[in-house]
Write a protein that binds this ligand. Sequence first.
Ligand SMILES: *[C@@H]1O[C@H](CO)[C@@H](O)[C@H](O)[C@H]1NC(C)=O
Ligand SMILES: *[C@@H]1O[C@H](CO)[C@@H](O)[C@H](O)[C@H]1NC(C)=O
Ligand SMILES: *[C@@H]1O[C@H](CO)[C@@H](O)[C@H](O)[C@H]1NC(C)=O
Ligand SMILES: *[C@@H]1O[C@H](CO)[C@@H](O)[C@H](O)[C@H]1NC(C)=O
Ligand SMILES: *[C@@H]1O[C@H](CO)[C@@H](O)[C@H](O)[C@H]1NC(C)=O
Ligand SMILES: *[C@@H]1O[C@H](CO)[C@@H](O)[C@H](O)[C@H]1NC(C)=O
Ligand SMILES: *[C@@H]1O[C@H](CO)[C@@H](O)[C@H](O)[C@H]1NC(C)=O
Ligand SMILES: *[C@@H]1O[C@H](CO)[C@@H](O)[C@H](O)[C@H]1NC(C)=O
Ligand SMILES: *[C@@H]1O[C@H](CO)[C@@H](O)[C@H](O)[C@H]1NC(C)=O
Length: 381
Amino acid sequence: WSNVGLNYFCLDRKKKSKTSATESGMIRLLFLLSVALCCRGCPDRCLCSSQTVKCQNQDLDTIPHSLPNNTKILFVTGNNITSITADSFPTGLKLLTDVYLSGNGIESVGEMVFDNLPNLLRLDLSNNNLTDFSERAFPDDNKLQVLNLSRCIHNHTFIDTVLGVLQRGNLRMLQVLDLSNNALVILPDDMFTGLSSLLTLSLQNSSIIGVNNGTLKSPPLRDLDLRDNSLRYLQASTMAAFSFKPGLHIQMVGNPWQCTCIIEETLAWLKNFTQITDIQNLTCANPKALRGQPLLQVDMPQLKCSGNMDGVLETSYVFLGLVLALIGVIFLLVLYLNRKGIKRWMYNIRDACRDHMEGYHYRYEINSDPRLANLSINSDV
Ligand SMILES: *[C@@H]1O[C@H](CO)[C@@H](O)[C@H](O)[C@H]1NC(C)=O
Ligand SMILES: *[C@@H]1O[C@H](CO)[C@@H](O)[C@H](O)[C@H]1NC(C)=O
Ligand SMILES: *[C@@H]1O[C@H](CO)[C@@H](O)[C@H](O)[C@H]1NC(C)=O
Ligand SMILES: *[C@@H]1O[C@H](CO)[C@@H](O)[C@H](O)[C@H]1NC(C)=O
Ligand SMILES: *[C@@H]1O[C@H](CO)[C@@H](O)[C@H](O)[C@H]1NC(C)=O
Ligand SMILES: *[C@@H]1O[C@H](CO)[C@@H](O)[C@H](O)[C@H]1NC(C)=O
Ligand SMILES: *[C@@H]1O[C@H](CO)[C@@H](O)[C@H](O)[C@H]1NC(C)=O
Ligand SMILES: *[C@@H]1O[C@H](CO)[C@@H](O)[C@H](O)[C@H]1NC(C)=O
Ligand SMILES: *[C@@H]1O[C@H](CO)[C@@H](O)[C@H](O)[C@H]1NC(C)=O
């Protein structure tokens, strides 16, 4: 607005061309004084235009302190700021609504960081390396609507310390939450209970394997992005969680759907649930024979479920055959390894037999005595 002021001043001068030189000098002095009082200059290594301040890729290690007090939008991106604390915004910036702090390597967000930004609406903390986020970072009466935590959590161990702010941070006005590109896997049940205004949630590419029944209960969610996760099928609890949100629209393309018997219930549910917006584009990832086939075109018999036992029986016969073959091979191997012992044993038996036979022989000779023949034949038999 200083430009507008100057233009006005110039017009003023043209109109009143007869004004004396001293008077115009006085006016100019007063004007400059008021400008100096009202708006501090642009901080070092930053660019300021109207009410936007940009301090980008300057290797700054803190957020510049002397920001103009009429700043509305602030970009401090691509610097080297490891933590933000209550000192990061030491003066009240009542007009500041948008703060972009992407790509600074921020590891911790302390207490009361944003207390001096009462009108903060959009905060971008994407592409950082958060390990700690204070639950008291935002003032109680904050108005935050959009929070971007994309690509922020690189280590699963810190999920609780970073995302506790969602549960207990008083983010009652938050409408859009971006949690994409984080290694989340599974979400704690009560994670979103504090977000009573949340409408849009992105969990894209976050290794999600399922959503618990209670997780989505509280927020009035309308759009849920689950693209590029690790969903192989939907567990009963996940389907229950979605069914309880009739107004919810979900995107699920890019998951490794497992088109075996395990997906039978999911498939039946999907075909009947109209809120998956990209359902036409979901494809099987496994087994190989069905890879790339649209989920909606998979027929139940292709899943080889209990309903048709042929497949199951076939595989169990093959398995039985393999087991028997293996036992046979092991048996032969044992025989082979013990061949000497067996040979010896055979000889022993042969010798034993021979001794025995000799005994018979002897007895036979005795038996051939006609006088004893009847007796001995009876006893031998
Ligand atoms: C900026 O500060 C000046 C005094 O330093 C004050 O008169 C003005 O109202 C402030 N502007 C805003 C938007 O707070
Ligand atoms: C960031 O700052 C730390 C010290 O605060 C320094 O060791 C490191 O080299 C800096 N990194 C870059 C990319 O400037
Ligand atoms: C994040 O910070 C930790 C130290 O707290 C460091 O060991 C790790 O390499 C960092 N990760 C990335 C992706 O910068
Ligand atoms: C969050 O930030 C990433 C990159 O920094 C961007 O691509 C994405 O659109 C942002 N999300 C929202 C909701 O603005
Ligand atoms: C995650 O952090 C823990 C504790 O700081 C550490 O022991 C572990 O190695 C980290 N894991 C990865 C993948 O960085
Ligand atoms: C998915 O997220 C991981 C981190 O969890 C990231 O390294 C990778 O680049 C992301 N993929 C895409 C396509 O953005
Ligand atoms: C999901 O939760 C609701 C109550 O919130 C409950 O009635 C339902 O039985 C649960 N379903 C499953 C599959 O756990
Ligand atoms: C499909 O949905 C309707 C109601 O929307 C329900 O009555 C029916 O039982 C469902 N069918 C299956 C197979 O789930
Ligand atoms: C499905 O995929 C096609 C082709 O890749 C694309 O044009 C279309 O927008 C996708 N539809 C949805 C709803 O994502």
